[in-house]
Design a protein around this ligand. Sequence first.
Ligand SMILES: [Zn+2]
Length: 309
Amino acid sequence: MALQLASYALTIAIVLGSLLPDTALAALRVVATTPDVADMARQIGGDRVEVVTIAEGSQDPHKVPVKPSFVTKLNRADALVVQGLGLEHAFLPALLEAARNPRIAPGAPAYIDSSLYIEPLEVPSSTSRTQGELHPLGNPHFNLDPVQGKLMARAIAEGLERVDPGGATAYRDGLARFTAQLDEKIPQWTAQAAPLRGVKAVSYHQDMIYFARRFGIDLDGTIETKPGVPATAGHIEELIGTMKRDDVKLVIREVAYEMPLAETVANKTGARVATVAAMTGGLPGADTYVAFVQANLDAVLAALPASGK
Ligand SMILES: [Zn+2]
């Protein structure tokens, strides 16, 4: 009898299952441009989303190669999540043009821009290109600051809900869980970063400004002449002079940029080099957004002189 009932229940379940529309069973096909927004989309969307990522964490976001394999993925995508503020200029416009998917075109509902709530720093006041060619809309490296990370997650959750309104509760719960994680970590990171307050540093690329503002680092120049403009001998000489004058003992080098030049600058000024990542996954083991922020903070703290400042 029990067996018969179980079999009957199973039959009903199968019949009901076959009546449900496909969309209720298939996960939302999401393409994420960077590992940061990919991790956020996964954490917020859970089982409702299937996320593939274009850039790798150790790459320079400004130089991600355009791979044809992504055209197919973008063509079939239900949603696209971007970091935004022009970060993806090197690869996204060409891929989107080839993919011919109007659902994920910039401005379309399924184009989810994580920069929606960010207040950008270093917005050029004119088209003078004083920030070089790479940051024409302002500095796009806000992902390095976990407080901006919360704003990114909010924009992503709202975008997923827009594309998949049936998952509204799931996305809101996912956002609440992700935000709670950051709300717990941010005070811990701020306390851990206390030795960084007032520490002077130079970075290779102009991508540390949101991180520096959050944790109190005093930035004093970059190895690149301007964002995307390689160092010249004259610029390096000037930078070394500035570092000696201002007693700068920390060089922050992003993993995608060459170590030898960072080491040369450090050796000539008695500074130490901290290797950080500009994107999630750029440092070993730092494959989630939370681990990425932690790894960058650990790396910078480890490069401080033992005696403190
Ligand atoms: Zn940049």
